[in-house]
Every structure is written in C-alpha cells, then in structure tokens.
Design a protein around this ligand. Structure first.
Ligand SMILES: Cc1cc2nc3c(=O)[nH]c(=O)nc-3n(C[C@H](O)[C@H](O)[C@H](O)COP(=O)(O)OP(=O)(O)OC[C@H]3O[C@@H](n4cnc5c(N)ncnc54)[C@H](O)[C@@H]3O)c2cc1C
Length: 393
C-alpha cells in the first residue's frame, strides 16, 4: 500500500473538519493509500472564533486543544508556516520555540482562514479580534462599573456605564446582546441600576442583516432592543478618544468603552508564503478546490475564493467551511485514484444568531419560503451549529 503524506495547515473550522473527513474517507478499506495526516497550526488549540464575544462578556472557555480533538492517528505540529515550495512539494515553518524546519508533502490542504479587520490605532477603542482583546474588553467594562459605584458626577457615571459597538454584522449583534445581559447583571450585583447600562450598536447600513430578508433584520433588531441594546442605523463610528466617540454625522457621544467588530479580511500571510491569490487576497482555486498552478495543493475555508457553477461566491462562515471540508475529502480520493472529482456546490441560505443566554434567531430559505426560528429554539439551533463545527458532537 502506498503511503502519502497529507498536510493540513490551519486548525480552524475548515482545517479540523478537513482532517476528520480525510481520515474517515481514507480509513475505508477500499482505498489503496495509507494516509499520514499532519495538522499544522500556529496555536496548539482550535479557537472557536464564532464565540469570541463570549469571553468579552463572561468567562467562557472557547479554545479546544487540538490534541483533545485528535488524541490519536493525526500528527500535530504547532508552528507557523512561512513558505511553500510548490515544485519541491515542501513546506517551511517556524515552531513555537523559533526553530525553522521543513516538511515534504504529497498532498497539501491550506486552510489559513481570515483575520479580523481592525481600525487604525489612532481610532482608539478595542477590536474584538483575539482572545486577549476579548479579555481586555471584559476587564475594561468591569473596571468601569467598579469606578461607577463611587462616582458622584452623574454624567461621568453614565459615561462609565455606556458601551458602543461599532459594526453590526453577526459579531456585533451577538456581542451587543451578550454584553447587555452580563454587564447589567454585574451592575446589579454592584448595587448600580441595571437599566443605567447603555449599549449602542452602530450600523453603517440602513438595517440589520442585509444578507437576508428585511423581516429577519426587523426581528433581530426587536430581539436585541428587548435585551437593552439601542441600534443606530446609517451611522459610522469614526474614532474613540479619551471616552469621546465621534460619529459620521458629526455628533459625539461619551462612552466608557468602544468595541470594534468590523468583519474579516483574507489572511495576509497567504501572499508572503507563496500562494497564488486574486486581487482581493484570496487563494485562487478551481471548482474542486485545487489551487492554481500548484500540483496536489488544495484550499478551502475563509482563505479561498470559492464560487459555485452559477458564479456565486461562497460565504465566509463556518457552515461553508464545514461543507467544503467534507467535499474536499471526496475530491482527494477521486484525484488520487484518477476518477472524476466532485465539484463545489453552494450551501443553502442559513444564518443563526445567539442573542444572549438561551436566546437566538435562526433563518433559512427553502423553496423560496423563509423559515425563522426564534427564542430558545433559535438558540438551540445556534448551539448545535457551533458544536458541530468544532467537532464537539
Ligand atoms: C468575531 C467573529 C464572529 C463570527 N461569527 C460567525 C458566526 O456566527 N457564524 C459563522 O458561521 N461564522 C462566523 N464567523 C466566521 C467564521 O469564524 C469563519 O468563517 C471560520 O472561522 C472560517 O474557518 P477557517 O478554518 O477557514 O478559518 P479560521 O477559523 O480563521 O482558522 C484558520 C486557522 O489557521 C491558523 N493559521 C493562520 N495562519 C497560519 C500560519 N501561517 N501557520 C499555521 N497556522 C496558521 C490559525 O491559527 C487558525 O487556527 C465569525 C468570525 C468572527 C471573527
């Protein structure tokens, strides 16, 4: 039996699901290959990125050690990939101690994901872009509440109890709802009036959830307003300086904390390590995720530009990454045995939002009909999706 080394780079949603699917596909006895699977990530853990708002509000743990996800059968390397030599089929990396090394591959799967967009440093505030930043956000609002307890100046007390969230995509919506719950709860415990906590969500669009129907946007807005969040549409936050927020229509507002949730950008490392990328910075792949001009190299997830046969680009969310990973394993098996490989198909329209503890909204569209789940059911669907994507079920 021929042994092949398949390296998956990136232990995010696409990477861990790819490892699982490849292992399952090639463990079937029908395959003529023995696959050695190596998973490389700069961290020793899988970060449940979609839950980043959780440690900003509470003390949830959102990392899972890769060794716990894959206790056996997969080689794990904690290292940052720095270069690919496509001709030589060699991958260079720097490990966590700074040592440089390389590894040869037969098949390479690149799932380097995206990075979270941040404002310029002079724009102030804290971007919800990493675990450390989520923890900094939590520390800041908790410190502000403690200061508010002894503050006799009512305006200053109100400022300390006001939080602005700039960016009203899924992350901004979920962050605002979660904070509304936890900050109010802490305020009450400290003897403050919970309703004095003001949370503003700034949306540069005219409504929430422009990716879906207007009625879902309205439902979302009502749900987060019921949590105590004020949504301000058609307004951009320009900067936060020493507690003063400057808004696009010239107004200012006093805040104790400004959180940026500005969406995603392609991983800039893709260019420097030698992947072919388009003008937006996404890896160029064909309909079966094969990277352009790179034999036996594939790419899926946020880092790749994947389009369906109608030309529609796949979304950059977990559900797409997970579906692509399952298809990729079949593509690899087909390519290695010379059979026709499956091609990409778009995922159904489906979005779900966590709106504080045990509350959520899920929306899908089937045969042109909108199906919406709200409340506890919406939240349960959200939780199942989160858990499945992180291989917890
Ligand atoms: C705040 C936030 C909220 C979100 N909310 C949702 C949501 O509610 N629902 C949803 O479906 N999607 C959501 N998304 C999008 C979702 O997180 C992404 O679509 C998903 O993470 C894509 O998975 P991925 O594996 O392609 O990339 P990632 O999850 O980003 O994983 C990339 C991996 O590559 C590793 N890596 C990067 N560079 C290197 C390197 N040079 N060497 C080694 N390892 C490297 C990283 O450490 C990481 O583990 C959200 C994203 C953010 C940031």
């Amino acid at each position: 039996m021929k042994e092949l080394t398949c390296i998956v780079v990136g232990g995010g949603y696409a990477g861990i699901n790819a490892v699982k699917a490849i292992r399952k596909t090639f463990s079937s006895e029908a395959h003529q290959f023995l696959i050695r699977i190596v998973l490389i990530d700069k961290n020793s853990y899988h970060l449940r990125k979609v839950l980043l708002f959780k440690p900003a509000a509470g003390n949830d743990d959102i990392i899972i050690p890769l060794a716990r996800l894959f206790p056996e059968g997969i080689e794990l390397i904690q290292a940052t990939v720095t270069k690919i030599e496509r001709e030589a089929r060699r991958l260079y990396y720097k490990d966590s101690e700074g040592n440089e090394n390389f590894i040869n591959y037969n098949v390479l799967v690149m799932t380097l994901g995206s990075i979270i967009r941040k404002p310029d440093t002079q724009q102030g505030g804290v971007a919800l872009a990493s675990l450390e930043e989520a923890q900094k956000i939590r520390e800041t609002w908790r410190t502000n509440l403690k200061k508010a307890v002894n503050e006799i100046n009512t305006q200053e007390r109100q400022r300390l109890m006001t939080i602005a969230i700039a960016g009203a995509g899924i992350s901004g919506i979920e962050t605002s709802a979660e904070l509304a719950h936890f900050v109010r709860k802490d305020a009450q415990q400290l003897g403050l009036i919970p309703s004095d906590v003001k949370i503003y969500l700034f949306n540069m669009n005219k409504r929430l959830f422009p990716e879906g129907p207007a009625k879902v946007g309205v439902k979302l807005e009502r749900a987060i307003e019921a949590c105590g969040v004020t949504v301000i549409h058609d307004c951009k936050v320009l900067e936060e300086r020493e507690g003063a927020l400057t808004l696009s229509y010239g107004k200012t507002m006093s805040v104790g904390l400004c959180i940026w949730t500005l969406g995603l950008l392609p991983n800039p490392m893709l260019r420097s390590i030698g992947m072919p990328v388009n003008s937006d910075g996404y890896v160029i792949v064909d309909e079966s995720y094969r990277v352009q001009d790179a034999q036996d190299v594939y790419s899926i997830g946020d880092c790749a530009r994947i389009v369906d046969p109608s030309g529609r680009a796949d979304g950059k969310t977990c559900k797409e990454a997970t579906a692509q990973a399952a298809r990729l394993a079949k593509i690899l098996a087909a390519d290695l045995t010379g059979r026709p490989a499956p091609v990409h198909k778009g995922f159904i329209d489906f979005f779900c939002f966590g709106l504080g503890p045990e509350q959520g909204i899920a929306w899908t569209r089937k045969w042109g009909i909108d199906v919406i789940f709200t409340g506890k059911l919406g939240w349960r669907m959200r939780k199942v999706t989160w858990d499945l994507a992180s291989l917890l079920k």
